[in-house]
Design a protein around this ligand. Structure first.
Ligand code: 5GP
Length: 188
């Protein structure tokens, strides 16, 4: 059966670290490269981290019904999964790994049903989340408070809507739990 694994999390929960760990352990899994209308950051390359489009190009793709799902994750910045990306990965017989925002994760689970395992990753507490965001040193205090508030509302929204909630209190423990959940799903 074609399968998908969905990882969603508020920012600062450690989602990318956990997703990369799982991908490193499983050659039969492949990361779904999303389309986005935001500009590339740093060393990001088209077709590696994302497929980069202008806002107009992205809107044209929406009009052509090219997406499985898409969201305006930040004002003016669209992110979405192209139907062609799902076909590309399934054609190789690989399990698709999605790293998408919380609303997108809930939509994906609804779309793929039993083919999907959805995992919500959260920081152990609001204080810890704030500490991690401060540690990154990339956001102003106001931006950190905005992210913390968004994380709280996303965590509230996620309740009961994901197959698993993974608390990232200790990275090694979270790795082990993620691996256990994922392996069980793959073996089904
Ligand atoms: P960033 O700009 O930091 O790379 O990503 C911002 C957010 O967009 C992250 O939470 C990421 O998971 C989410 N995202 C990436 N791709 C998709 C997608 O295809 N659909 C949705 N709904 N969210 C996505």
């Amino acid at each position: 059966m074609n399968k998908v694994i969905i990882f969603s999390a508020p920012s600062g929960a450690g989602k990318s670290t956990i997703v990369n760990h799982i991908l490193g352990l499983h050659p039969e899994m492949e990361f779904s490269i999303s389309a986005t209308s935001r500009a590339p950051r740093g060393s990001e390359q088209d077709g590696v981290e994302y497929y980069f489009f202008s806002e107009q190009e992205f809107r044209d793709l929406i009009a052509k019904d090219s997406f499985v799902e898409y969201e305006e994750v930040y004002p003016g910045s669209f992110y979405g999964t192209l139907k062609s990306e799902v076909e590309r990965i399934w054609a190789k017989g690989h399990v698709i790994v999605f790293d998408i925002d919380v609303k997108g994760g809930v939509n994906m689970k609804r779309i793929f049903g039993d083919k999907a395992l959805s995992i919500f990753i959260k920081a152990p507490s609001v204080e810890e989340l704030r500490r991690r965001l401060q540690g990154r040193g990339t956001d102003s205090p106001e931006a950190i408070e905005r992210r913390v508030a968004k994380a709280q509302s996303e965590t509230e929204f996620a309740k009961g809507r994901f197959d698993h909630v993974l608390v990232n209190d200790d990275l090694q423990r979270a790795f082990a739990e993620a691996e256990r959940i994922v392996s069980e799903f793959i073996a089904k």
